[in-house]
Design a protein around this ligand. Structure first.
Ligand SMILES: *[C@@H]1O[C@H](CO)[C@@H](O)[C@H](O)[C@H]1NC(C)=O
Ligand SMILES: *[C@@H]1O[C@H](CO)[C@@H](O)[C@H](O)[C@H]1NC(C)=O
Ligand SMILES: *[C@@H]1O[C@H](CO)[C@@H](O)[C@H](O)[C@H]1NC(C)=O
Ligand SMILES: *[C@@H]1O[C@H](CO)[C@@H](O)[C@H](O)[C@H]1NC(C)=O
Ligand SMILES: *[C@@H]1O[C@H](CO)[C@@H](O)[C@H](O)[C@H]1NC(C)=O
Ligand SMILES: *[C@@H]1O[C@H](CO)[C@@H](O)[C@H](O)[C@H]1NC(C)=O
Ligand SMILES: *[C@@H]1O[C@H](CO)[C@@H](O)[C@H](O)[C@H]1NC(C)=O
Ligand SMILES: *[C@@H]1O[C@H](CO)[C@@H](O)[C@H](O)[C@H]1NC(C)=O
Length: 485
């Protein structure tokens, strides 16, 4: 692909200024205008410095509660018992297996769940391990220079039941490999540290996928199921076998200050996939991977419809990164339990296939409603805004072709793109048009003429959008519901 040769290594949170290769003055002016307008709006709001309740710790987290994950996670008092993996016979030499040490450590610390909670420290070193489960009222803390390495023995990633909202493993029928770090039915979990890393060493799994010898669906690097009040922060996640961080059937999840890296062509190494979860806030993350940086999901076809567990109240803020074959933020394609109230703010996508992509299909059912994308910046992106359909990817023969998704209320506001390769592609399903698409204050630069948008089965309005959108979105200037904000 044409952007393959580009320099894709970047420090997190680079401003668009540092990374623009050949900015035109028109674009700079536009960016200034967008920021100026938003800043004026922001500065008229009052700012109160609240982040978490009852925390003794100093916090450098953002101070405006409307612009931070405030309220999504409740930090309790420090844990009563703090131990090190070395106390359980762990050896951080990069060779010795620590699977038993981690499992024994968690088993022991579980006993303090109702006695003030516990913290397991992982000191500097390389700690090889197979999959282990964590527990409630628990902190996993990776000190500076600590690296957890995923075992290269597939038997150390045992096969567990498929997820009920998927009915089978996502890639193969039947069960699926458990994640490296796994939790089910937990409350109050913190996974953090001084930017230590969790490296899935996924290459073995990618090769099994590439050479078609994978027997069961690959495991995630971190999966939490049916859990509540979770904080994942200040860590680096590397080389996940499959999706990197997967909260499913969870509520009140904060993922903040996390770096996720996987080779740009590694298969399905999504960054963060909130799935059938509510109150999820993802902030200040840098992600570079072979699939969507963030993908909001809610189950697959008839299994997702039956479970009816939506993803709702999801915030993605100040996330940046690169994915040469996928999108910055993806909504779907598994969305059968419904997706609503998604806010994506200050997303910066570069050298990628798509900025934001909404994916559905026949058989999915469910809904996608009230999605707002604001202050999106893109550089060297193939298709900046994309709605797509019909990947023909179903769990089994039992899917219902009459189950069509309802998509209504998708707002894009303050979007700037430079070096964009193609006009937006907005293709919905016949018989299930996407309604209430509202595009305001959008400038996409670099698209070769005629820069024609591809639109099918969409309706809505567009105000201040360049290049000229498709007729389905032509506002006559009297729209009352789609206004630049
Ligand atoms: C994460 O890092 C920031 C910045 O160093 C720090 O202020 C914060 O307390 C850290 N801890 C957690 C739990 O995120
Ligand atoms: C976690 O701690 C809270 C008190 O902070 C307690 O009420 C709860 O039972 C504990 N949970 C477990 C699973 O021990
Ligand atoms: C971890 O939890 C899962 C259920 O979520 C269970 O199937 C598995 O056996 C547990 N693994 C260990 C090592 O306890
Ligand atoms: C954390 O480590 C990663 C990988 O080494 C690095 O890219 C990132 O800049 C570090 N983050 C912080 C906040 O130091
Ligand atoms: C497929 O990849 C795995 C993991 O690297 C390797 O062990 C296996 O020998 C490969 N199989 C074939 C048929 O190439
Ligand atoms: C739409 O979602 C936003 C969050 O992005 C939320 O604040 C708002 O209340 C939602 N609107 C409705 C009608 O639910
Ligand atoms: C908009 O996004 C850019 C680039 O991510 C960021 O630098 C800027 O602060 C954002 N502006 C506002 C008003 O949030
Ligand atoms: C503009 O469009 C709205 C709704 O799409 C319609 O009600 C109104 O009559 C139109 N106004 C003109 C002047 O065409």
């Amino acid at each position: 692909m044409e952007w393959k040769g580009m320099d894709v290594v970047e420090k997190p949170f680079n401003s668009i200024w540092g990374s623009l290769a050949r900015p035109s003055w028109a674009v700079i002016l536009l960016v200034l205008t967008v920021m100026g307008v938003s800043w004026l709006q922001m500065s008229t709001k009052t700012v109160s410095p609240i982040w978490v309740s009852s925390s003794n710790e100093e916090s450098a987290f953002s101070i405006d509660p409307r612009r931070s994950c405030s309220g999504f996670f409740e930090m309790g008092p420090p844990r009563k018992v703090v131990m090190s993996i070395a106390d359980f016979g762990g050896v951080g030499d990069g060779k010795t297996s620590n699977t038993d040490a981690f499992r024994r450590a968690v088993e022991h610390l579980k006993g303090f769940g109702d006695k003030g909670g516990s913290q397991l420290n992982v000191p500097e070193g390389k700690w090889v391990t197979g999959s282990f489960n964590i527990t409630s009222n628990f902190t996993l803390f990776l000190e500076k220079g600590a690296v957890i390495l995923g075992s290269q023995d597939p038997k150390e990633w045992p096969v567990i039941q498929p997820l009920p909202s998927y009915g089978r493993g996502r890639e193969r029928l039947g069960g699926r490999h458990i994640s490296l770090i796994h939790g089910d039915a937990l409350t109050d979990v913190v996974i953090t540290g001084q930017n230590g890393s969790i490296d899935g060493q996924g290459r073995m799994w990618w090769e099994l996928w590439w050479n078609r010898t994978l027997e069961h669906t690959r495991g995630h690097l971190l999966e939490l199921m049916n859990s509540h009040n979770i904080l994942i922060s200040n860590l680096t996640f590397l080389n996940s076998p499959f999706w990197t961080i997967h909260p499913i059937y969870c509520s009140n999840v904060v993922i903040k200050g996390v770096t996720i890296l996987a080779p740009l062509h590694s298969p399905n190494t999504d960054g963060i996939d909130p799935d059938s979860s509510s109150q999820v806030c993802i902030e200040d993350c840098y992600i570079e991977s072979g699939d969507d940086l963030v993908a909001v999901k809610s189950g697959w076809d008839q299994y997702g419809i039956a479970m009816a567990r939506p993803s709702t109240n999801i915030i993605v803020r100040r996330v940046s990164g690169t994915t040469p074959t996928c999108s910055g933020v993806g909504i779907g394609s598994e969305m059968s339990g419904g997706i609503s109230n998604v806010l994506v703010e200050d997303l910066h996508v570069r050298n990628s296939a798509a900025g934001v992509r909404v994916k559905t299909d026949k058989g999915r059912g469910g809904y996608i409603t009230n999605v707002t994308i604001t202050n999106l910046t893109m550089e060297n992106v193939k298709i900046p805004i994309r709605f797509s359909r019909g990947s023909n990817d179903h769990p089994d023969e039992g899917w219902d072709p009459r189950a069509l998704p309802l998509v209504k209320g998708i707002f894009f506001n303050n979007v700037v793109g430079v070096d964009i390769r193609q006009a937006p592609v907005l293709e919905a399903l016949e018989g299930a048009p996407y309604e209430g698409i509202c595009l305001t204050n959008i400038c996409l630069d670099g698209i070769p003429p005629p820069a024609t948008w591809q639109c099918e089965f969409v309706t809505g309005d567009a105000v201040g959008v360049s290049p000229m959108p498709c007729p389905q979105l032509h506002s006559n200037g009297s729209s009352t519901w789609c206004l630049p904000s």
